[in-house]
Design a binder for this molecule. Structure first.
Ligand code: NAI
Length: 698
């Protein structure tokens, strides 16, 4: 199927890109463009060529379905196409609307003239995948808009509307009216006025003080980009555009591109990009599964989670009825929501009217009867089965048929919660993360009886409220918390064995986590983990006890909320300060347990914490709790501050090499502190390591 249509309109040839949804520059389309130019050159009647896409996109760039396949670089590759267009003997005019990004913009830069709709979206976003524009973008853009603007666009990858370039040589005209007619008219003008073939490669990229500018830029970008090599390579490539002839600059760009393609950081970013797209695919719930209409939402519980959850829906323009037990709690909840909007207004992120309009969508209530008509209810009350039971029994009574009944529980058995109703097929877990109005992750917990359309509705709704939704089966802690418990446990054990609070956090933060495990425990509140541990000790009497962590909690040190945990905190300040009190407790506990502290390396800290995640992740995958390893990675990238440049725990393990992970784990089994069998590699991990395959291999 041809994805580029060739047509002649008077003496103007038109090549229309047609590879929906965004005219990704796949092999067929690239061939089509070259063929079109060849046809135009061969036809004496044709005097100029218009290259045009759809309203939605001139071209969004590379065809992502070709990523990782040889097709992506097969001839004519994008570079060849751009050069072909640029060296056409007949003027080529790019007519741009919608997305004009990455390879799409590079293609436009190869054209001799460019006209665009004011709101066309212009970007070179390759840096977000750890790459740089590899088809001349770093060489041509600075020649048109200057080094400074070009560096900003290429290093940030941000999208700029075309109208912002009005008056710059990037666009010859910004078109308010019909693009196609304007393009043909522009091409006719080029022909009738005998305008020259303007090749961007022939221009000079200028900067009044290149040495100073690039030194400064390298320093600032280097400091900001810390763990990412691509931004600095972008700067180097733009520098080449200013200081070298075009062909030499292209060589610099090419080498940098090839180099970046092979970096673990780019592999991780590309993995995250594709993994995000996969999360919404559910094997037995086809994408055309009908969904239920969600026009209104009820939230029960106006505490930490209920308020944050409500804000998501208000932001999306969906009315929320917030139900609390007592007026006081209700007032507190409404005030908390109001405060968030006031903060946004103060920071200039929202107008006062807009904030008022959002608040007007909120109906505070003290009665469940007000939920009789809502399409979805999310329960966020205390984490106690008895409380959940009474809430779900009431919901079963008052809610209309077809309403979805969701729980935000983080640890309780969703199937049991569903059993409190006569409609377990309508019950689902929607596990938000705190602060719920900010965190991207939403674990969608699929109960044994959850109906497929309920699941499909939840996944669609997640998109509406801009969350990354990952499906999890029912188990203790679901995907994220079940794994984090193992990671925290290792951190706590190493604290007993000889590492310090500061060493553990620093090692993990150096690895790239936003926050070390002990600072994270202080933020989340030690009492939560303690309650979970107490329950687990009961359920599993053989479990190794976290004596030190328990002791810290017994002292009432729950973290930030009590001003002290593994660190101490000054009132009103979240800075974690070293606390000699904690060192004392650590010494006491070690003495009690008869532990002779040993020196623990930073490498051991990282390996034990991260491989604990990996092993539990493999187990979760094997049990079918997660659909795929990449879903687990998305949970960790969007909900737990796992370093994005490492691609998530499962991807990271594959980068290290699964056999190496297994070997490292086997070396840990010597530890006398360890739960027997704890470091036994999960069956799936062992199997994949032996087969030499990745987790998601078929
Ligand atoms: P919270 O204690 O801040 O809020 C609970 C609210 O529910 C209170 O305002 C209480 O008055 C209200 N409430 C209790 N019983 C009620 C009833 N029968 N009807 C109406 N309102 C009632 O608790 P938080 O932290 O918001 O947690 C709520 C739920 O969310 C729990 O299931 C928890 O496990 C879960 N969760 C908590 C997270 C967190 O980081 N705090 C993260 C993810 C889930």
């Amino acid at each position: 199927m041809s994805t580029a249509h060739y047509d002649v309109n008077g003496n103007i040839a038109v090549i229309r890109l047609d590879n929906p949804p965004v005219n990704g520059l796949g092999l067929e389309l690239r061939r089509g463009i070259v063929n079109g130019i060849q046809q135009a050159e061969a036809d004496n009647a044709v005097k100029a060529v218009v290259l045009i896409g759809s309203d939605r996109a001139f071209s969004g760039g590379a065809d992502i379905s070709e990523f990782g396949s040889p097709k992506a670089f097969a001839e004519p590759n994008l570079n060849t196409v751009v050069n072909y267009v640029e060296s056409s003997r007949k003027p080529v005019i790019a007519a741009i609307s919608g997305a004009c990004m990455g390879g799409g913009l590079e293609l436009a830069l190869g054209c001799h003239y460019r006209i665009a709709k004011p709101d066309a979206q212009i970007a070179l976003p390759e840096v977000k995948l750890g790459l740089l524009p590899g088809a001349g973008g770093t060489q041509r853009l600075p020649r048109l808009i200057g080094a400074e603007h070009a560096v900003n666009m290429i290093v940030s990858g941000s999208v700029v509307p075309a109208k912002q370039f009005k008056g710059s040589p990037l666009f010859d005209e910004i078109i308010d009216g019909e693009l196609f007619d304007a393009a043909v008219a522009y091409a006719t003008k080029v022909v009738s006025e005998g305008l020259p073939l303007k090749k961007v490669r022939d221009l000079k990229a200028k900067h009044p003080n290149p040495e100073g500018f690039f030194m400064f830029t390298r320093n600032t970008v280097g400091a900001m980009a810390k763990n990412y090599p691509a931004p600095l390579k972008c700067v180097e490539a733009v520098k080449a555009a200013v200081t070298m002839p075009f062909d030499k600059g292209m060589e610099v760009e090419r080498e940098a591109f090839v180099n970046l393609m092979q970096t673990p950081e780019s592999r991780a970013l590309r993995h995250a990009f594709f993994s995000e797209r996969l999360t919404s695919k559910i094997a037995d719930v086809p994408s055309d599964t009908p969904v239920r209409d969600i026009q209104s939402v009820g939230v029960i519980g106006g505490g930490t989670m209920g308020t944050g959850i409500s804000i998501n829906f208000l932001n999306a323009g969906i009315p929320v009825t917030l139900v609390e037990m007592k007026q006081e709690g209700l007032d507190r909840g409404v005030a908390a929501i109001q405060k968030v909007y006031e903060g946004r207004v103060k920071k200039g992120r929202m107008s006062e009217d807009d904030a008022k309009a959002k608040m007007a969508l909120l109906t505070p209530s003290l009665t469940y009867d007000d939920l009789s008509n809502v399409d979805l209810v999310i329960e966020a009350v205390f984490e106690e089965m008895g409380v959940k039971q009474s809430v779900f029994e009431k919901l079963d009574e008052v809610c209309k048929q077809g309403a979805i009944l969701a729980s935000n529980t983080s640890t309780l058995d969703l199937d049991k919660i569903a059993s409190f109703t006569k409609r377990p097929e309508d019950v689902i877990g929607l596990h938000f993360f705190s602060p719920a109005n900010i965190m991207k992750l939403l674990e969608v917990v699929r109960g044994e009886k959850t109906a497929k359309d309920v699941l499909a509705t939840a996944m669609k709704l997640a998109k509406t409220i801009k969350k990354t939704a990952v499906v999890s089966g029912v188990c203790d802690g679901f995907i994220g918390n079940r794994m984090i418990n193992q990671y925290q446990r290792e951190a706590l054990l190493m604290l007993e064995e000889g590492a310090s609070v500061q060493q553990i956090d620093k090692a993990i933060e150096k690895f790239g986590f936003a926050m070390g495990p002990l600072r994270m425990a202080d933020l989340a509140g030690g009492d939560i983990g303690w309650a979970i541990r107490k329950r687990q000790y009961q359920e599993n009497p053989d479990m190794v006890k976290m004596v030190l962590a328990d002791r810290i909690c017994e002292m009432g040190r729950y973290g930030q909320k009590t001003g002290a945990g593994f660190y101490r905190y000054e009132p009103g300040n979240r800075n974690a300060l070293h606390d000699p009190e904690v060192d004392k407790v650590v010494d006491e506990v070690r003495a009690e347990l008869g532990i002779k502290p040993r020196k623990i390396s930073n490498q051991e800290i990282v390996e034990r914490c991260v491989y604990a995640l990996v092993n539990e992740g493999a187990q979760i995958l094997d049990e079918g709790i997660a659909q795929r390893a990449s879903d687990i990675d998305m949970v960790y990238l969007t909900g737990y501050g796992f370093p994005v440049f490492r691609g998530g725990p499962m991807h990271y393990a594959e980068e290290v090499g699964l056999p190496n992970v297994v070997r490292a784990m086997q070396a840990f089994t010597e530890d006398r502190h360890t739960q027997p069998g704890f470091w036994e590699p999960a069956a799936l991990l062992a199997k994949r390591a032996e087969e030499g395959k990745g987790f998601d291999a078929k």
